[in-house]
Design a protein around this ligand. Structure first.
Ligand code: ARG
Length: 249
């Protein structure tokens, strides 16, 4: 009998320990995945006609949520506050977010799902052709993005950082900045939207390196990272991922 009670106690302890483990680590336990984004980055995220965030990333994370059996709730916020909000206001972030060593100190990343590069948006008549031509220029960027970091590293640059990328492009058209540095796909969207006044140029010409987008998750939650990676793999294998690329990008 004593042995039986001891076994029962041991089982109860293990059960309660694992319950603790899951309540602190399992952001899926409540059946809802709260996702932060910044819907100022077409075609990855933008505000749709119904006033709700839409775009490739939004569709991707909803498909991931379906695989994980949870409801996805999207919260639109400033790009610069996404990383610090993970684990408090939001469970994860998807926002065309580039994997960087600095961000890796604060969050976990899924396997990359998209390759990008920074582009340069210029007024049609601009004389800026090479990396050297960027020296000393006024550069418009979205605050806290890799474009912002690159612009700050350019010699004698003056960086104008905006919460919305479209405001940087408007100031380029108004002549308040000389150039905008932003990711390839949004640059192409802005180029076609304002084709009378601007052109978008591949940043590889200016020496910018390839970047990779991934989903950001709470630091240390490797269980969630594994689940999300598995879901992405499944979506690639069953063709859903390619359908979303086709639809949005
Ligand atoms: N890829 C860039 C970065 O990670 C820009 C991302 C901006 N995304 C957005 N949804 N506004 O810094």
């Amino acid at each position: 009998m004593k042995k039986f009670v001891a076994t029962l106690l041991a089982v109860a302890m293990v059960l309660s320990m694992s319950a603790c483990g899951s309540s602190s680590n399992d952001v899926l336990a409540d059946g809802v995945l709260t996702v932060g984004t910044n819907a100022e980055f077409p075609p990855f995220e933008f505000i749709g006609d119904d006033g709700q965030p839409d775009g490739f990333d939004i569709a991707l994370i909803k498909a991931v949520g379906e695989k994980l059996g949870v409801k996805v709730e999207v919260s639109n916020m400033e790009f610069a506050s996404l990383v610090t909000s993970i684990g408090s206001k939001i469970d994860v972030a998807i926002a065309g977010m580039t994997v960087t060593e600095e961000r890796k100190q604060a969050v976990e990343f899924s396997n990359p799902y998209y390759d990008a590069v920074q582009y340069v948006i210029l007024p049609k008549d601009s004389a800026i052709k090479t990396a050297d031509d960027l020296v000393g220029k006024t550069i418009g960027v979205q605050l806290g993005t890799t474009g912002d970091f690159i612009a700050q590293d350019i010699q004698d640059s003056t960086v104008s950082a905006y919460n919305k990328a479209v405001d940087a492009v408007n100031d380029l058209i108004n002549g308040r900045v000389d150039v905008v540095i932003i990711d390839k796909n949004p640059a192409l969207v802005f180029e076609s939207k304002y084709s009378d006044s601007v052109v978008a140029v591949d940043g590889a010409q200016y020496g910018f390196e390839v970047e990779q987008y991934a989903i950001a998750m709470p630091k240390g939650n490797t269980e969630l990272v594994e689940k999300v990676n598995k879901a992405i793999e499944e979506l690639k294998a069953d063709g859903t991922f390619d359908q979303l690329v086709e639809k949005y990008i």
